[in-house]
Structure formats: C-alpha cells, structure tokens
Design a protein around this ligand. Structure first.
Ligand SMILES: [Zn+2]
Length: 526
C-alpha cells in the first residue's frame, strides 16, 4: 500500500468491541483507562472508486494512514492493518464504498453499519455473527447480574410489587439452561458512600434506620416519603434497594469492557435524591449512568421503555452535557410528567403514547424518533430501562405491546453502543414479566426462543400468583410459552402526530455530540 508523505504506517487496532480505531501507541498509553478507548465512530470521507481513504487514530494523536476502498470481505481489516478481521455482509460493503459518514457498531446480533448523509442516519446492513464462535475476539459475552436477596418477601402484602419478579426470571433462565455460572455475576451492595453519589446522606441514613428498626416517625414519613402505602418499609428494604444500586454500578463497569449486561432488578427510575417515589427508594439507573461517567465516558444515552415516565433519571441529568434521556411511556399515567413538549434543557425527549399502543406503532416511533435520535447522540454507552408494564396484560397500564416487539426494540438499541446496560423496571403481572425478561436475556445472549417449554420452566410459570389478576384473566399462553403473538395493527393518527410533535420539539443540535458540532463547523470553514 502506498502512503502519502507525512502519513506513517502505524499499526491500528479496532478497540472496544470493534467500534473504535486506535493506534497502538495510544493503546499502550491508555491501557489503564479503558473508557478513553471507547467510542462508536469510524469516520470516513466520501470514497471515489479505488482512491485510498485516510484513516486517523480516534484518540486524535495525529497518527493516520491510507487504505484502499473496500473490495471484499476481509480487505477492510487487511487494508487498515488491523489486528482482527471485521467481516461485513456484501450489501453493507457495497454501500460502505459510497457512503459519507459511516458508523460501525458491534451488537449482539452482529456488526451493524450505519451511514449518515446530512444528518439523517440509516442502517446499511448487518453482518451476522452466525454462531458465537464467529464473534470477533474483543467482543465479550453478555452477562446477567442478580442476587438471592430478591427471593425474600418484600413490600408487605397488598402492594403491586409483592409478586415474584427477578427470582422467577433467574429460575426460568436456569430451567432453560440459559444461566451458566460464567454468565452470572452476583450483585454487590452499594456502600453508603456510593449511595451519596446521588442521594442525600440524611435520606440514606433515614432509610437504613427505618429498615433496621421497622419504625418510621411521622416527620420522616412526611420528609422522605417512606413508610407509606406506596413506599412501605419492610425488613431488609435498605439492603434490597442498595443491592439494586450496587448491581447497576457493577453492570455499568462490566458493560464498559465492551458488552451488554442485563440487570433485571434495576430500573427504579422514579427515585429522587432526597425521597422515595413510585415504589422506588433509590434510583439505580442514575447510578448506572454515573458509573459510566465516572469511568470517563462522555456520551451516555438513557432510554426508558417503562409504561411510566422516567422522571427521576431525566431530572437527575437535565443539566449534564454528557447524558441524553428519552422516555416512551403511556400518556396520562402517574407521575403525569413527560409531555412531548418537555425536553428538559434540550437534552431530553419524551414520547407519551396513547393507550393500547400496538407493535406496529412502537416500530414507527422507534424508526422515526428513538433510533435516529439515539444515533445522532453517538453514544459511547447506553442504559435501557425495560419496565414490563409496557406489555399487554399488565394491571397498571393499558399498553398492549408483545414481548417479541420489545425484545427486538432492546436489541436494536443495544446495537447503538459498544457498552449497554439493560435494566428491568416496573411490571405487575408476574407471568408477562417473567416471560419478557427471561426471553430478553435469551435473545441478548444469543439463544433461540423455544416454541415449547421444558417441564421445569412450565412449573415455574404455573407456580406464579398475583392478587391483582383474577384466575379467569390468566391467559393460557402465559402458562405455556415464552414468546407472545405479535400485536400488529395500523399506526393510528395519534402516533403520526406524536412523531411530528416530538421531532419538532426536540432540540436536535443538543443531541449532537459537542466534538461533532465542532468538527462539522471546522469542515464548513475550511
Ligand atoms: Zn412503570
């Protein structure tokens, strides 16, 4: 390969799950700071046929080299002098030769290639990994974070969360042979010091004291909203809430190694710095994002697919340049915030959907708002809250999504960044919750969803109980299968209106990374 004067032949490595091109010198220098090596962009200039393309080190050290346009599957890796092969499908390769800005993401389902022309991003193609053994060396296997503490009784009786949740997901995944020892990490409990990253120390102490004594004074109840019907104090409430925070911090740290981490006990998205709210004592999604930021990540996107507005997370980061939040929730539901006009300080997007949203409508919102906006933010890491109350059959919402639609949605989101934390959230129907989250782990970890369940798995579904759902309302498929039948239908006018409103309201320039804005300006002025 011929090099232009001034262009050296430094060796490059595709780093962090194959999403960042970094020269070997910078890798040596930054090996202690993995987050520095994380990014999701390999920028390319428009390719004229057979003209060499300049490639620069993503850390901006100045190392660069020329590579020929891509001609066949392995050439991309060879031309760039990469340590590992990046295999792309043929259509993606063809389009790659003609595209302007190309982003390459490694996701559970394969290598996803996006191109953007003048702002609008589109997916060019996916190079499937086929089998697990075809995964590039640096792609690490997904992990499941859990803990036995979720087996203990919680919330007292007559509370919507007093149903089997995380434990049934762990049991169902085990029964399906999907939770090998190497895939599971036990959640640590967050320390009081860690909890103070976000929560007021006096609130942390109040919850700890209430948990130990089982007593809540009138003043404490009024001040911190604990010991109420909504946020009851029960034995071990502090340990349980702190374990879910510890799990989300661990999930973020593991995700930064270049993988998807599933933490179904997370997703307490209503927790406030100084009080409990909406069954949430602490706010573990905030901690997942904070752990990413503390590790040096500069662009985090938070996406909330729970039936309720992710108010606590949006408000936590409304003034943080590094975090964007997007919440899709049912309109007119508690906490009654998250109107489409609510864009935080420009860094939030809210999609309040009408009752009875179907899979086709979710797809419209994903393809026209959620995915383009998330891509625009070029996230280095993603946190996704997957409340199971968005499913058809949940007693506390009227959304009618199938689990298959949500599995695909989460998979498509996880493909946007090299590091993804997938959290649980609400969900008050133990059958739909167990099927959704177990199947989600199955899909994220590359398993086939079985049509028929083994006897152990069936026994788990048949053993679930819920006071909020009458026996005659338990659908036969909840007891027999994992995958729902898709709920397709026409996209109503309200959905089209919502897309238009959201795109008009959202501050697209605030969703574009600062560095991109600066470099675009530099290009425009030269
Ligand atoms: Zn919810």
């Amino acid at each position: 390969m011929e090099l232009e004067p001034g262009v050296d032949d430094t060796r490059f490595l595709l780093f962090a799950g194959g999403t960042r091109l970094v020269c070997m010198d910078c890798i040596d220098e930054n090996v202690e700071r993995p987050a520095q090596l994380m990014s999701a962009q390999v920028a390319r200039r428009p390719a004229k046929a057979h003209r060499p393309l300049p490639v620069r080190c993503d850390l901006g050290c100045g190392a660069r080299k020329l590579a020929q346009p891509l001609q066949s599957r392995e050439i991309f890796a060879q031309e760039l002098g990469l340590e590992q092969a990046l295999l792309l499908c043929e259509p993606a390769l063809e389009l790659l030769n003609q595209a302007h800005d190309v982003t390459i993401d490694i996701a559970t389902r394969g290598i996803v290639v996006h191109a953007s022309d003048g702002g609008a991003a589109r997916e060019l193609g996916v190079s499937s990994f086929g089998s697990r053994s075809n995964r590039p060396h640096s792609w690490l296997a997904p992990l499941f974070v859990g803990h036995a503490i979720y087996r203990q009784a919680a919330y007292g009786s007559n509370h919507p969360l007093a149903i089997p949740r995380v434990e049934s997901v762990m049991d169902l995944c085990s029964a399906l042979g999907w939770l090998g020892e190497s895939e599971f990490r036990e959640s640590p409990r967050a320390s009081v010091d860690q909890l103070a990253w976000f929560h007021a120390p006096e609130y942390v102490q109040a919850l700890k004291h209430a948990s130990e004594t089982g007593r809540v004074d009138f003043d404490v109840r009024r001040r911190y909203a604990i010991g109420t019907m909504e946020n009851p104090v029960f034995p071990g409430v502090f340990e349980r809430a702190a374990t879910s925070v510890g799990g989300s911090i661990l999930a973020a740290e593991l995700a930064l190694e270049g993988r998807v981490v599933f933490h179904p006990a997370g997703g307490t998205h209503h927790g406030r710095p100084d009080r409990a709210s909406g069954f949430c004592y602490f706010n573990d999604p905030v901690f997942a994002a904070l752990a990413l930021l503390k590790a040096g990540v500069e662009r985090v996107v938070y996406i909330d697919l729970d039936a309720h507005h992710g108010d606590g997370v949006q408000d936590a980061f409304v003034r943080d340049e590094r975090v964007r939040t997007l919440s899709l929730h049912e309109q007119g539901r508690w906490p009654y915030s998250g109107e489409v006009s609510d864009t935080g300080a420009g860094r939030a997007c809210n999609l309040p959907v009408p009752a009875r949203i179907n899979d086709s409508e979710l797809r419209v919102l994903l393809e026209e708002v959620v995915l383009p906006l998330a891509r625009m933010a070029a996230p280095q890491a993603l946190v996704v809250t997957c409340g199971a109350d968005a499913l058809d059959g949940d007693p506390l919402s009227s959304m009618q999504l199938s689990n298959v639609a949500l599995w695909s949605a989460v998979e498509r989101l996880a493909a946007l960044a090299p590091a993804t934390v997938v959290l649980g959230g609400g969900g008050y129907n133990p059958w739909t919750l167990a099927r959704y989250w177990s199947g989600l782990w199955g899909r994220l970890s590359g398993r086939e969803i079985p049509r028929e369940l083994p006897a152990d798995a069936l026994a788990i579904l048949r053993g679930l109980r819920c006071d909020l759902i009458d026996d005659e309302d338990i659908r036969p498929e909840w007891l027999a299968t994992l995958a729902d039948r898709p709920n397709r239908g026409a996209a109503r006018d309200e959905i089209r209106t919502l897309v238009n409103l959201a795109l008009a309201e959202v501050d697209q320039s605030a969703w574009t990374p600062l560095s991109d804005r600066a470099s675009r300006q530099a290009v425009a002025t030269t």
